[in-house]
Design a protein around this ligand. Structure first.
Ligand code: SF4
Ligand code: SF4
Length: 253
């Protein structure tokens, strides 16, 4: 759960997916739920989608109530983190019996006590002194444990997100118009608003998409909508030919 860092990066041992480690986090361990407090959990766009749908909230409401949006110097995409309770600094979803939204918990919570740099290797980001789960008998192969955590769709969406974040770093210095940053944020983190933008503006009169059936899908399917929104960033910011201006819209604004 808690992506804490207790050793300098260079000292941490990298492990392959076949590596075995001992871990069991369950109500029996003395530290149970302690790592769901006073912790920085960075939310990916997919995390946010899963959470707001789990809670039956709109994107605006979820962003307002459960996140802190932290601007990053010279970066178009801000950091979005899960807001802890003001009083006790606990995660708003932790209960005595564990995580109340367990099936939809964010990527960082699924990964803990492991982390990856996205290079196929893993490292422990806690130790048995703090995370008693690491001294339990249950032994896991990392790759099997990750599957058990339901990490696959999160990893797929992280990979897709990297097709935005990596080229964005190259373009970052050129993007001065704050409207572009606002659009990028809406695409990634405010899918409800992006849906309104597609269906309640002149968007569909002006643009054609390669697979028009996607338009029907994104009316109701939030995941498809997020993927569509990522394509819109690739078109609008990186100039990828994923949309075309309709003949009838040429010359109009
Ligand atoms: S979302 Fe769940 S697992 Fe993650 S910190 Fe909150 S209670 Fe813990
Ligand atoms: S065993 Fe580790 S992951 Fe589980 S609650 Fe304790 S510190 Fe958190």
């Amino acid at each position: 759960m808690k992506p804490s860092s207790e050793k300098p990066k260079s000292c941490r041992r990298r492990m392959a997916p076949e590596h075995l480690f001992r871990f069991d986090c369950s109500p029996g361990v003395s530290c149970f739920t302690q790592c769901c407090q006073d912790v920085t959990i960075v939310l990916t766009p997919y995390d946010l989608l899963r959470l707001k749908n789990r809670l039956g909230m709109g994107s605006d409401d979820f962003l307002e109530r459960h996140t802190l949006v932290i601007p990053r110097e010279k970066r178009v995409i801000p950091m979005v983190v899960l807001k802890m309770n003001e009083t006790d600094k606990k995660c708003p979803f932790v209960t005595e019996t564990g995580c109340a939204i367990y099936e939809d918990r964010p990527w960082a919570c699924r990964m803990f006590p492991l982390n990856t740099e996205g290079d196929g290797t893993f490292e422990l980001v806690s130790n048995a002194e703090r995370c008693k789960g690491l001294e339990q008998e249950t032994e896991w192969k990392i790759e099997e444990w990750l599957k058990e955590q339901g990490i696959v769709p999160f990893e797929e969406m992280n990979e897709l997100l990297s097709t935005i974040t990596i080229p964005m770093q190259i373009h970052e210095g050129e993007i001065e118009n704050p409207q572009i940053a606002k659009m990028v944020f809406m695409c990634l983190y405010n899918t409800d608003k992006f849906r309104e933008f597609v269906f309640k503006s002149s968007f569909l009169d002006r643009f054609e998409v390669e697979e028009p059936e996607r338009i029907d899908l994104i009316r109701t399917d939030d995941l498809e909508l997020l993927k569509f929104a990522m394509d819109w960033i690739k078109f609008g910011v990186f100039g990828e030919k994923l949309f075309w201006v309709k003949e009838t819209a040429r010359g109009t604004k």
